[in-house]
Design a protein around this ligand. Sequence first.
Ligand SMILES: C[S@@+](CC[C@H](N)C(=O)[O-])C[C@H]1O[C@@H](n2cnc3c(N)ncnc32)[C@H](O)[C@@H]1O
Length: 272
Amino acid sequence: MTYDDFRAGELQGWDARAEAYDTATARATAQAIPDLLAAVRLAPGMRVLDVCCGPGYAAGAAAALGAETRGIDFAPGMVRQARARFPGLAFDEGDAEHLAFQDASFDAVLCNFGLFHVTAPGRAMSEAFRVLRPGGRYAFSQWCTPEENPVHRLTLGIVRRVADMSIAPPAPDAFTLSDRDTAHGMMVKAGFADIALREVPILLRAPAEGFFDFMMRFGVRIPLILDRQTEMVRAAIHEALDHEAQAFRAGDEIRLPMPAFVVSGQKEGPLP
Ligand SMILES: C[S@@+](CC[C@H](N)C(=O)[O-])C[C@H]1O[C@@H](n2cnc3c(N)ncnc32)[C@H](O)[C@@H]1O
């Protein structure tokens, strides 16, 4: 099975969402950055690569703490946003599965909610391992499974109930890495040691009205599924999501826990 349509949809989808990223996705993803930086034991002067950087928040936070950073993302719109937001920091178009850097060129590699968007996450982990110097650390963040995660339980629950999933573009399972043992096993396979996992209790705060529209801006995978559905199915999902989100209303916001975790590991070996 090939995931070509999925990959093209991801690239186009994130590119189109780059300008509005702050108003939706970043409200949740930015909350994991302190844990990501702690997991790589960030210190001033470290050379840090932010993979799937989006508008560059993890690189920006690491640079603010004195790191020397680079960021890569395959969506040109994201790279433009990152450069505009953090002038003076280095951001380039690039593919997480084929990093355009020499072996052992970074002290730390970060990937904030990017790995499950990549077609071959194992390959992206191996690339992170390759570009790390011995003793360097890698950290990535990942959403918990829909069973543990009210945002995904609500949204995917409705989509899976109402949509015809047989016509959705084939896509790698977004929650493979949410299984903590699988994530650990993949890190070991990529070569990492001293693997650690820390839970990150994210809270999503969305506008109380228009939760469906918010979620369409928030991510790319559900819009890719809905693109292929009939108008009637899309309308039914729209109505159900706006309605069911009201159970989580607090004043003028929808507040939903969106738990995640950060996995990190070290490239062992003799220091250069
Ligand atoms: C959920 S966003 C995370 C952005 C950012 N790291 C943050 O902290 O919010 C996922 C990002 O991964 C990027 N992406 C997906 N697949 C990629 C790949 N194969 N190589 C590079 N970037 C990729 C997308 O363009 C998007 O910007």
